[in-house]
Ligand binder design. Structure first.
Ligand code: SER
Length: 323
């Protein structure tokens, strides 16, 4: 990767990946794009353009004028929000992926697609979920993720495009809040631990999902994109996860630093049903073997870092987090 275009740059991943890529590849070589300009490092720390991902003509124009050789396609609507608008979210998530792949094909650019644990469903083996297994998701978000994986495979087979992808678990971060996801409780809980000393979880106790701290996710993207192509047997997309936990375990981890922290539950049936349809723990051996996936943060290390960072930024930084 030398000249990189990122879509969805204001999102939870983009807000951290763009500065990370600029640091590594040079600020002038990373073109951040998003539907709107938000003041801050993404729009001010290097090149930035407004881009609606389904606008192929504009997308293609930017690819040409910037001389893009790699597209990191992050724009998308998360799982719970997508269930509230299946048609609109399909258009963005599947239509956007197709439009972005077409632009990458025109220029022979490498392509990164963020798939998800949502690409699995209730018929998938939930424990030690294999790299290659049943994928019959029951959410529109998951259906679009499987579609994206298959499209990326197709563009690689048919056109030799260098497509690569990760099946991200829930990502936890403090820079930009996620919006409308199912795993987001694991972000909200840290903000509310700092601001309220308590948290009401919309996910039921005992519901395990895969998770990863953002610094490990950023490193995984770059490691995968820089990996020797001949080693990549499973391009689209690799299972990656650093931990699997349920809400009570995050609460216990927080209590080690904030002993008075309390959790209670008001389960949201929509997000609980989505969570229940996803795996409890992924088998990430293909990612480790083929390109050296090696996450560093476990639950306690992440909790320490999250609480420190949120305390430093002030308790109101996470306001507006709730979907
Ligand atoms: N974190 C995402 C969500 O909850 C899953 O990819 O929607």
């Amino acid at each position: 990767m030398k000249r990189i275009l990122v879509t969805g740059s204001n999102g939870q991943i983009g807000a951290e990946l763009v500065p990370y890529l600029r640091e590594r590849y040079g600020a002038e070589n990373v073109l951040a794009t998003a539907r709107r300009r938000v003041p801050g490092p993404v729009s001010e720390g290097g090149p930035f353009e407004i881009l609606e991902v389904r606008d192929g003509r504009a997308f293609s124009g930017l690819m040409g004028s910037f001389g893009v050789d790699a597209v990191i396609h992050l724009a998308g609507v998360l799982s719970a929000r997508a269930e509230a608008d299946p048609q609109g979210s399909w258009d963005v998530n599947a239509g956007g992926c197709f439009a972005a792949l077409e632009c990458a094909r025109e220029r022979g650019a490498a392509f990164f697609f963020p798939s998800s644990i949502a690409a699995f469903g209730p018929s998938t083996p939930p424990d030690g979920t294999p790299q290659v297994t049943i994928q019959r998701p029951t959410t529109i978000y998951g259906v679009a993720k499987v579609t994206g994986e298959l499209l990326c495979d197709y563009y690689h087979l048919k056109y030799g495009l260098d497509t690569r992808g990760l099946r991200f678990p829930g990502l936890i971060s403090y820079e930009a809040p996620p919006g409308g996801g199912t795993t987001d409780y694991a972000v909200h809980i840290y903000y509310e631990a700092v601001s309220q000393g308590r948290y009401t979880s919309y996910i039921a106790p005992g519901t395990f999902m895969d998770m990863m701290y953002m610094p490990d996710a950023l490193e995984a993207v770059v490691r995968l994109m820089e990996a020797e192509p001949s080693k990549l047997v499973h391009r689209n997309a690799y299972n990656v996860s650093a931990m699997s936990f349920e809400p009570g375990q995050v609460a216990a981890s927080i209590r080690k630093r904030i002993p008075s922290f309390e959790i209670d539950y008001a389960v949201d049936p929509v997000r609980q049903a989505i969570a229940a349809s996803w795996p409890r723990s992924l088998d990430c051996s293909a990612a480790r073997a083929e390109w050296g996936f090696a996450p560093k943060y476990d639950l306690d290390a992440m909790t320490t870092d999250m609480l420190e960072k949120i305390q430093k930024r002030g308790p109101t930084a996470g306001s507006g987090l709730h979907f």
